[in-house]
Each structure stands twice: as structure tokens, then as C-alpha cells.
Design a binder for this molecule. Structure first.
Ligand SMILES: NC(=O)c1ccc[n+]([C@@H]2O[C@H](COP(=O)([O-])OP(=O)(O)OC[C@H]3O[C@@H](n4cnc5c(N)ncnc54)[C@H](OP(=O)(O)O)[C@@H]3O)[C@@H](O)[C@H]2O)c1
Length: 257
């Protein structure tokens, strides 16, 4: 057989659910998975936005959902199965972040952050893995965490966010260990700073914050949109068939120091 090291990265005919696909990193992830042949199920609250991203894809399906609602993640998996009959990849990308001092962070706000950033990804992983195991073909779950899952920051106060992303990272390890012999792999992609709705005006577009970011990041800059493509494709595809429970940091060296 001829050597083709890029072949395992293809996802032709596979079905990938991407949450938070209405903008930012999630819209990019959806386009990248579409580009390597996957049928993409795009999920978010803003239907107009996911419909627009879906229309740019070869073959995609938009599902409006609020992942803070109990059961929404299970319903999303059911919708994907109804439409395509299978699920092979889940990108748990939807997330919320709103910096606030811990003394002012209400328990309700903390719980809401955990509901979207940690509880929904668990439910989505559980229901998708159930379908993957039943189909007997395995699959890949990619949890999008953050440098906040690895370290504290403090100067930008985010207790709920840090707890959710730290929880997501160890949830990754536990699910990977539980499901290692089923063919379902679970990994984390932990980005550093990237421009998006979440960071616009807060970290980017504000000279003082950008200077702080450049000084704190060993590489001296934020990430460019395409700089997550390789890590996403590696974890989502058969390029990483012997990789589970791993954390891939794409952060310009932030968590290396
Ligand atoms: N940008 C960065 O620098 C950075 C760094 C590290 C980690 N991350 C992580 O990367 C992921 C994407 O972040 P981003 O920067 O692309 O943020 P973003 O532009 O704010 O996008 C967040 C996405 O999550 C969706 N979402 C939020 N709440 C939801 C809910 N209740 N139900 C369903 N969908 C919901 C939003 O869609 P709707 O509003 O339409 O529902 C949106 O598509 C997040 O998990 C974030 O924590 C980002």
C-alpha cells in the first residue's frame, strides 16, 4: 500500500457534532471538519448563525439548543442520530466566560458556568459514546478546555470558568480510562488566547490587555485562527488512534512556564 500519512486525517462519511458552532473557534472547527469530509452537526442557541455556517459547508445540519437546559445535550445527540444515523466525533466547544471577582461571583452564576462548560459536555460525551459503542465503531470526543484548566490566572478573575475547565480536563482522563477498551477515545484541546466574541474587547482590541498578553505569552502573541486546525484534526481523526486521555495545549507556551 502506498504511504499516505495524511489519509488518517480524513473524516469522509463520518458525523461530527460541534457545539458552540455559531461563531469563534466552533465555527472554524465546523468548517475544518467539513473540509476533511465529515458531515457536521452544528449546535448553538443562535439558529441564524449556525444556519449561515452550515450553508457554507458541503453537508451540514444545524440544531438550535441551549446547553444550559437539562437534557439539551441528550436531545442534541438524538437529533444527530435521527438525521444522520450515526455519531463519530464530538467537539465539546460551547463555553461561557465572564470575568468577575470571586467575592462577587454568585453561586447561580458559578453553577451556570459549570452547567454549560462541564455538565453539558459530560452529558453529550456520555450519550454520544453510548451510540458509538452500540454501533461498534468507536469514536472520538474532543473537549475544548483552556489554559485556565491547567493553571490559575488571577489578574483576570474567573473562578467558575477555571473550575469548569479544570473539571473538563480531569473528566477527559476519567472517561478515557473508563472507555479505553470500547474504541471511544476522549482527549482535550486546551487553547491559549484566540480572537473571538469571548475575547474581543477584553483581551483583543484593547492595547493594555494585548500588551499584557504579549508579555505573559512565551511566544509573545495570541493564536491565529488556523493554529488550532492541526490539533483538532489530529484528535478528531484516526491520526490519533492510540491517543486517549491526553491534553494538547495550543497556547504559545503559556502553560510551559
Ligand atoms: N477564544 C479563546 O481565547 C479561548 C481560549 C481558551 C479556551 N476557549 C474555549 O473555546 C471555546 C470556544 O470559545 P470562543 O472563544 O469561540 O467563544 P465564543 O466566540 O464566545 O463562542 C462561544 C460559543 O458557545 C456557544 N454557547 C454559549 N452558551 C451556550 C449555551 N447555553 N448553549 C449552546 N451554546 C452556547 C455560543 O453560541 P450561542 O451564543 O449562539 O449559543 C458560541 O457559539 C469555549 O469553550 C472557550 O472556553 C477559548
Amino acid at each position: 500500500m502506498p504511504l499516505d500519512p495524511l489519509l488518517p486525517f480524513r473524516l469522509d462519511g463520518k458525523v461530527a457534532i460541534v457545539t458552540g458552532a455559531s461563531g469563534g473557534l466552533g465555527a472554524r472547527f465546523a468548517r475544518v471538519l467539513d473540509a476533511v469530509g465529515a458531515h457536521v452537526v452544528l449546535a448553538a442557541r443562535r439558529l441564524d448563525r449556525i444556519t449561515a455556517v452550515a450553508s457554507e459547508c458541503r453537508e451540514a445540519f444545524a440544531v438550535q439548543c441551549d446547553l444550559a437546559e437539562p437534557g439539551a445535550a441528550s436531545d442534541l445527540v438524538a437529533a444527530a442520530l435521527d438525521h444522520y444515523g450515526r455519531v463519530d466525533v464530538v467537539v465539546n466547544n460551547a463555553g461561557v466566560s465572564e470575568p468577575i471577582d470571586a467575592f462577587d461571583e454568585t453561586t447561580d452564576k458559578f453553577a451556570h458556568t459549570l452547567a454549560v462548560n462541564l455538565v453539558a459536555p459530560f452529558e453529550l460525551a456520555r450519550e454520544a459514546a453510548r451510540a458509538m459503542v452500540a454501533a461498534g465503531e468507536g469514536g472520538s470526543i474532543v473537549n475544548i478546555a483552556s489554559l485556565w484548566g491547567m493553571v490559575g490566572v488571577g489578574q483576570i478573575p474567573e473562578a467558575g470558568y477555571a473550575a469548569s475547565k479544570g473539571g473538563l480536563i480531569n473528566l477527559t482522563r476519567e472517561l478515557a480510562a473508563q472507555w479505553a477498551r470500547t474504541g471511544v477515545r476522549v482527549n482535550t484541546l486546551a487553547p491559549g488566547w484566540f480572537r473571538s466574541e469571548m475575547t474581543e474587547g477584553r483581551m483583543f482590541g484593547d492595547e493594555r490587555s494585548e500588551k499584557w498578553l504579549r508579555q505573559r505569552t512565551p511566544m509573545g502573541r495570541g493564536g491565529e485562527p488556523h493554529e488550532l486546525d492541526g490539533a483538532l484534526l489530529f484528535l478528531a481523526s484516526d491520526a490519533s488512534t492510540f491517543v486517549t486521555g491526553s491534553i494538547v495545549c495550543v497556547d504559545g507556551g503559556w502553560t510551559a512556564v
